[in-house]
Design a protein around this ligand. Structure first.
Ligand code: ISE
Length: 336
């Protein structure tokens, strides 16, 4: 049992950032995880912080995120603020020995994420968990079980498709890689159990209506240490909706995630299923499972079964190489 939390008491969680992801984590903790209580909220937008605090049963709001982290009423912290703040807030939590669930990415670069790995190592404790939610998505878990069991022989190729409906005009390939592709890089590592040894990345502008610098479709090829290959399409202005698939091609077939559809709708001239508009709808089951596993790990003082600081670092280390490749047009090799 963690030193801060007694067996009978709920884990007292502070949430930093109440945008889409932060609010979803706060509400999941409040509504679906009985062993946790949201006791503290911070957001630069104080009106938004007040709203989420009220939705979570009257949590305290803080004017400063570091004051929230160090407050004695907070046992553990969820960081879901903008990407550029993740490293600083996670380091602040480590300085105060507070367990932290940091949304991806763990930093804006491999160097940022490595600072966290080293700071955590200096505490002598495992305090950092990373929000790669696909590790708790039932569809991704089902695919990985077959890959690990080698039910269809050895894995050969990981094929990821990651589509968002729309993003701001002028998005750069570097932003797509740092903010979005980390999920797919982590999923490839996690499903195959291998590390990335080479990357080749290209990017294009999908819509002529966007500004010339826009690169909203990124195509990533990976070479991995177990002689597997991976191809990942990250298309962040796909227009039709939010859709993610992961397929692993094996010696004797392939296994691919299904969409968590609930109904097939027949209407005049057509039959079809709903396509979610964003990740909050698509991965809700995964977010709840991830947060439940994190709360349980912190309360019992056991290892979080999802992504930890090393995984957050590996994702950013590979992302650094992807950025170098998309800029140079060349294959980038990673030191083993
Ligand atoms: C967002 O932060 C996520 O984590 C989503 O899963 C991803 O699809 C989206 O591109 C990111 O911006």
């Amino acid at each position: 049992m963690s030193s801060q939390v007694k067996a009978s008491e709920a884990l007292r969680v502070g949430v930093i950032g109440t945008g889409g992801m932060g609010r979803r984590h706060a509400l999941n903790l409040h509504q679906h995880i009985g062993d946790a209580r949201v006791v503290a909220i911070y957001d630069l937008d104080t009106a938004r912080a007040d709203k989420v605090a009220a939705e979570c049963g009257g949590a305290r709001t803080f004017a400063d995120p570091v004051r929230l982290i160090e407050d004695a009423s907070v046992d553990a912290v969820v960081i879901a603020s903008p990407d550029a703040t993740h490293t600083g807030y996670t380091l602040a939590a480590l300085e105060r020995s507070k367990p932290v669930m940091c949304e991806k990415p763990l930093g804006l670069s491999g160097a940022d994420a490595l600072r966290i790995v080293e700071a955590e190592r200096a505490t002598g404790k495992t305090l950092v968990s990373v929000g790669f939610c696909r590790r708790f998505d039932p569809q991704h878990v089902a695919v990985r079980e077959m890959v690990v069991a080698k039910s269809l022989g050895r894995a050969l190729v990981y094929k990821g498709v990651h589509r968002n409906a729309e993003v701001v005009d002028g998005i750069l390939a570097e932003t797509v890689l740092v903010n979005s592709a980390g999920h797919d890089i982590d999923a490839a590592r996690w499903m195959l159990g291998q590390e990335v040894k080479s990357v080749w990345v290209q990017a294009l502008r999908a819509h002529p209506s966007t500004s010339p610098a826009t690169r909203d479709l990124v195509l990533i090829q990976l070479g991995l240490t177990g002689d597997c290959l991976a191809t990942i399409e990250v298309f962040v202005s796909a227009d039709y909706g939010y859709e993610v698939t992961a397929e692993v091609v094996t010696e004797r077939g392939s296994v691919i995630t299904l969409q968590p559809d609930h109904a097939l709708v027949r209407s005049k001239g057509g039959r079809g299923v709903h396509v979610p508009s964003d990740w909050l709808a698509r991965f809700q089951a995964g977010y709840v499972a991830e947060m439940r596993a994190w709360v349980n790990a912190v309360r019992t003082g056991t290892l979080f079964p999802g992504a930890r600081s090393e995984d957050g670092y590996q994702a950013m280390r590979v992302t650094d190489a992807c950025i170098a490749s998309v800029r140079s047009g060349q294959v980038q090799r990673l030191e083993s």
